[in-house]
Design a protein around this ligand. Structure first.
Ligand code: XMP
Length: 491
């Protein structure tokens, strides 16, 4: 073996603040930079951004918001398999034009209005066709029909409350015709029926408008929004259920995917599902070599996250820019996309990760303060915050995901956490955060003179930054008077 002192002759590993992109000759205007990319073998995105699989970041609301803007939300896994299937259904149903019969939430005439109210709320819909046992459409019921009954505390049968003169359309209806019916009759949903008046689908106003509004959305071949799902490496049941429910990409969610048992389990999952399988997290060339033959994507990040304590708790980790570059050296020649996960505070960090070889980036803290993240806004000392916690924090591990850290515990005090529970400033809408993030990345492409992500990865070069250079790079010697939308003095 090498001597111990040999061991200290170590190669330098770098992270975001250690490097900058070298400005280069360019004719590229930032707005013209095309940020579309591939996140896994078969899945393309229109922006190279993913939201983290964390229980304070990505549930269906975040995933819908991300996909509508062209990116991908990855559902966390601190929920039951049934809850996950419901969440995937919500994402897939969100922007459909004709919702297929099996996905239409329907009521029966004999249910009570309060039962239907609860059912609609759980499914995230505001109205439902009322059908009998052989699917004949009898009426339609919406929140507006139900409210008067609930307000006086009565829970009559649906047949009393429903509207029974239903405007329906045939199977060959176009979006324009459906929209005309909606305007003419001032209605928001049109059941699609066959010749015997049996329900075969549903068109909603919301569906039509949302599809028009989100031209850049990331969609599957059927036009539904793309959906990513985190699964534990040893949870094949969840993986198969997510696959069957229509998830597009499964993310094997483990803090150390270079564990050989994890790799064996991930390989088995890959063999049993149709969805793409991204394996992570890893941080070295050797780990990438161990998974590149079967992974549809490789996710990189050992301890860079804002809420991570992996590096201080375990003494192990890899500075993120070097980790991404090592993995990309192995993955890129095989055509396997690389995702840089964690540690991104600014748009500049995100585009540096791409220069280091990433095809897309995943962020947690950046999105945890938006409206689309779960949890409510709290006020402390006059400032607004939302909760943000590591999936390796005690609180999150108690809610289910301890095996991400390959640990089990019976009692709270037995947990050895690798993350903290925190608060993050409230930020408002996801769309405006993404606008800043993507716009900043496009600026980086403009400085390098590359009009596509692959060209940028090829052409970009780094310069090394000293501590003095880092100070120079932030606002200095001034007192900031107005907060910029993409730079906070607190940071
Ligand atoms: P950011 O910096 O975007 O990082 O907030 C999000 C990523 O951090 C990872 N993650 C953790 N890592 N302990 C860790 O060491 C944790 O408790 C933890 N929770 C999340 C994860 O990869 C996420 O995408």
């Amino acid at each position: 073996r090498e001597s111990f002192s040999e061991k200290l002759r170590v190669p330098e590993s770098l992270t975001f603040d250690d490097v900058l992109l070298r400005p280069m000759e360019s004719r590229v205007e930032p707005d013209d930079a095309d940020v579309s990319t591939r996140v896994s073998t078969n899945v393309e995105l229109n922006i190279p951004i993913l939201s983290a699989a964390m229980d304070t970041v990505t549930t269906s609301d975040m995933a819908i918001g991300m996909a509508r803007e062209g990116g991908l939300g990855v559902l966390h896994r601190n929920m039951t398999v049934d809850e996950m299937v419901e969440e995937i259904g919500r994402i897939k149903r969100a922007d459909e034009l004709v919702i297929a019969r099996d996905d239409v939430v329907t009521a029966s005439p004999d249910q009570t209005v309060s039962e239907v109210d609860t059912m609609m709320e759980r499914a995230g819909v505001s109205g439902a066709p009322v059908v009998d046992d052989d699917d004949t459409v009898l009426g339609i019921i919406s929140g507006t029909d139900i409210r008067p009954y609930l307000e006086v505390g009565e829970s009559d049968a649906v047949r009393e409350a429903m509207t029974d003169e239903v405007i329906t359309a045939g199977e060959d209806v176009t979006a324009r015709e459906a929209l005309e019916l909606m305007y003419d009759y001032k209605i928001e949903r049109v059941p699609i029926v066959d010749e015997e008046n049996r329900l075969v689908g549903l068109v909603t106003m919301q569906g039509i408008l949302q599809r028009r509004e989100h031209e850049n959305a990331a969609r599957d071949d059927d036009g539904s929004l793309l959906c990513g799902v985190a699964v534990g490496p040893f949870d094949e049941e969840r993986a198969v259920a997510a696959d069957e429910a229509g998830a597009d990409v499964l993310f094997i969610d483990c803090a150390h995917a270079h564990n050989l048992n994890v790799i064996d389990a991930a390989r088995a999952i890959k063999e049993n599902v149709d969805a793409d399988v991204v394996v992570g997290n890893v941080g070295t060339r050797e780990a990438a070599e161990a998974v590149v033959d079967f992974a549809d994507g490789i996710k990189v990040g050992i301890g860079p996250g804002s809420i991570c304590t992996t590096r201080v708790v375990s003494g192990s980790g890899m500075p993120q820019i070097s980790a991404v570059a090592e993995v990309a050296d192995v993955a890129a020649p095989e055509g396997v996309p690389v995702i840089a996960d964690g540690g991104i505070r600014y748009s500049g960090d995100a585009i540096k990760a791409v220069a280091a070889g990433a095809d897309a980036v995943m962020l947690g803290s950046y999105f945890a303060g938006t409206d689309e993240a779960p949890g409510r806004v709290i006020t402390m000392n006059g400032k607004k915050y939302k909760q943000y916690r590591g999936m390796g924090s005690v609180g999150a591990m108690k809610s289910g995901g301890g095996d991400r850290y390959l640990k089990e515990a019976e009692e709270d005090e037995e947990f050895v956490p690798e993350g903290v529970e925190a608060a993050t400033p409230y930020k408002g809408s996801l769309a405006s955060e993404l606008h800043q993030l993507v716009g900043g990345m496009q600026s980086g492409m403009g400085y390098v003179g590359a009009v596509t992500i692959p060209a940028f990865k090829e052409k970009s070069q780094f310069v090394r930054v000293s501590a003095a250079g880092q100070t120079e790079g932030h606002p200095h010697d001034v007192m900031i008077t107005d907060e910029a939308p993409n730079y906070s003095p607190d940071e």
